[in-house]
Design a protein around this ligand. Sequence first.
Ligand SMILES: Cc1cc2nc3c(=O)[nH]c(=O)nc-3n(C[C@H](O)[C@H](O)[C@H](O)COP(=O)(O)O)c2cc1C
Length: 381
Amino acid sequence: MSAKSAHEDDLSQETTRFRCNDALYFAFRTCGESQTLQPVGRVYTDSSRTFTLDDLSVLSVLEYATSPRTRSELLDFVEHEFSVSSETAETTLETLVSGDFLLPADDPIFRRRSEWMERTWRRALYYHVATRDIDYIDDTPDDRYESRETALDSYRNENSPPDLFGDFEKSTLVPLGEPDALPQRSLESVLLERRTVRNYSGESMTESELSTLLAHTFAPVADVREYIAKNLDDDPTLHLLSAQYPFDVFVIVGRHETLEPGVYRYAMREHALTIVEPLADPVEVDGLLDEISHQPYSRNSAITVLFTQNIDRERWAYRHDNSLRNLYVKIAGHAQRLILAGVSMEFGAFQTPALDDPVVDALVDVDGFTNPASYLVTLGK
Ligand SMILES: Cc1cc2nc3c(=O)[nH]c(=O)nc-3n(C[C@H](O)[C@H](O)[C@H](O)COP(=O)(O)O)c2cc1C
């Protein structure tokens, strides 16, 4: 621990009381070729830093400082607890303060963070803070393109990139048929008309309506994916473009002119569906939608589209966990196009990402670790 802390000068003030930083966590990390586990402490202030810990006995000092302590109290504690000289105790204390393990008890950060803690947003705070300071691989105006190309080439040499479309080779596909054009309406009128709808009539969606809705929502995605597939060898930076679509699409059919109720997966390239799980009838579908959202608002709707995250696609191209935020935003953007296409066809839409993760992941049969379902859009009249 050598990084300079804003609080080292406070150590010279005899009256300053120090308190253990309340945003710390300890973990074991694999390190080196031997893959041994090394204890580390991650410390959060306005940013986050990780320190390897050579000696876990330091935890007893932090525990002692869960109540505010003066410098001399802390020095006494360290000297007696570890039977060390006063110089060694001083060094230990300086190290803990410079690493922000100990902070002045009146540091405003305790107050600024308290609402995160009290409202059980602690883990969100850790993620938020830890992903605020990222290293840009292409932060070099003169050769931005080259630095991206080099990085992506090296990723490609390590392991192959995730597939672009998903594998439907062994699936039985039900073609959705030719889509119609979207009704000629101004974007302004569609935007102004859109409202969240929580009450549906039970009317079924027709074949051409479902085809039109999915085709117009996802055609831009399918087109770009095709372009990437064709040109990737010439331009590895297209991997960054492929990571703009870090999702897959499932359709839960409740009421449709010809399709049986069930969970289907959408094959974008083929513009077709493949059955994942047949369901008995629209009433069973309504019950399952209640269970996955814990809300009754999808009842009597026609279909529900579920966006599942394709974390691998995002993570392969973007090597910083900050990108999980991008992934959420990207999915929301595509979901919004679905909603607006639906509104232009006079469907109402209800949307929520507040899903019961294990239940929804089991329903669509995805691995919640790498392909969790994250956004639900229900459509109906
Ligand atoms: C990301 C997101 C999540 C939402 N989650 C819910 C939800 O869980 N339950 C609900 O009833 N409405 C939900 N809504 C709908 C909002 O409550 C609604 O958009 C807001 O009240 C504004 O109304 P409007 O959509 O009719 O303009 C959500 C909307 C968005 C954009």
